[in-house]
Design a protein around this ligand. Structure first.
Ligand code: ZN
Ligand code: ZN
Length: 351
């Protein structure tokens, strides 16, 4: 019997380690995919910790959401290895990216096509074993997306960092047609946001990050201007350069990043928050109507968004972001580097 090799979370707050079990056999509409690449995402760090920081000493405990040992990894591209008898259209050998935000299929969110927001979800690498493994089991062929002629290194991360940035930018479309978007935070999602902004909107974005190397990388990738939000003059500099920003993506999601983002908004402006760094953000309540501001959160994206995004990428309109390939056995080292902020672009595990 084929063995399933995984880099498993065996205890919260502890390093991943290899576990080996028998490979599952797909039944019904299920598909077994041999993983080729799986991206490493910042949310994997929170999952490994077992909580999200809510500010002060408060934590959102997320240890109840899965059984251990558990396999992280939700940015998966692979090859169909075997299929259940009812997995229509899932041809063995087909190379696919996997939409990981799989819902229950019956709740109001799922019925509206928002499986990413399902409250009884089966999100891969979050609630159900994911892609830091040799194989992954998928419940239905509808979650498999052809990605040729893209590389699997590019296609995997499109399903989380790409999808998150795409879904956030879609929420800014009408404002982005009037003036440049500001992207705050240039990690994997932020750099993907930069590539997407170049593909979706006429004007190149302005960017902000506390890391000089990331600002340089963003300018090289087509950003119009880059600001250091840790500079006390940064807010004034952005306001002087723009007169106030209408459309902001906050890929950090911390008290500091939101202070900065809301501080440079123009009247009628909107901040879309995707980042999960945490902290406790407060704002003078009167500023919400005075600035007619919108603060909106978004969590990954829908299956329809994922299909749109893959189509956009397959048409050659999105420049691939910088990626680094590492073997699956280095999953923990990749997480450590991400936690230390040592990553520019995306790390992708090669299986
Ligand atoms: Zn992710
Ligand atoms: Zn549901």
């Amino acid at each position: 019997m084929t063995k399933l090799h995984r880099q498993s979370l065996v205890a919260y707050g502890q390093p991943l380690c290899e576990t080996v079990v028998d490979c599952p056999v797909p039944r019904g509409s299920e598909i077994l995919v041999r993983v080729e690449r799986c991206g490493v995402c910042h949310s994997d760090l929170h999952l490994q910790d077992g909580y999200f920081a809510l500010g002060g000493d408060k934590r959102l405990d997320i240890t109840k959401d899965r059984a251990l040992p558990f396999t992280l990894g939700h940015e998966i591209a692979g090859v169909i290895e075997s299929v259940g008898e009812a997995a229509e259209g899932a041809t063995i050998g087909r190379r696919v990216a996997i939409y990981p935000w799989i819902g229950c299929g019956t709740c109001p969110a799922c019925s509206a096509g928002e499986e990413n927001l399902c409250s009884a979800h089966r999100h891969l690498g979050i609630a159900v074993d994911g892609g830091f493994a040799s194989h992954v089991l998928i419940p239905h062929p509808r979650y498999l997306l052809d990605y040729a002629p893209l590389s699997p290194v590019f296609a995997g991360p499109l399903m989380c960092s790409g999808l998150t940035a795409y879904s956030a930018l879609k929420r800014l479309t009408s404002r982005a047609e009037r003036s440049p978007v500001l992207l705050v935070g240039l990690g994997g999602v932020g750099m993907m946001g930069l590539a997407l902004t170049r593909a979706l909107f006429r004007e190149p974005p302005i960017v902000a990050d506390i890391d000089a190397e990331k600002r340089t990388a963003a300018l090289a990738a087509g950003a119009a201007q880059a600001f250091d939000p840790s500079d006390p003059q940064a807010r004034k500099a952005v306001l002087a350069a723009t007169g106030g920003v209408l459309a902001i993506c906050d890929f950090v999601g911390s008290d500091k990043s939101l202070q900065f983002s809301t501080g440079v908004l123009a009247r009628g402006g909107k901040v879309v928050v995707t980042g999960l760094l945490g902290g406790n953000f407060s704002i003078a309540a009167a500023m919400i109507p005075i600035k007619a501001m919108t603060i909106e959160g978004t969590l990954t994206g829908t299956l329809a968004d994922a299909r749109e995004l893959i189509d956009l990428a397959r048409s050659g309109k999105i420049s691939p972001i910088r990626t680094r390939d590492r073997p699956l056995s280095e999953a923990q080292a990749a997480l450590d580097d991400l936690r230390a902020g040592r990553i520019v672009g995306r790390t992708v595990l090669s299986i």
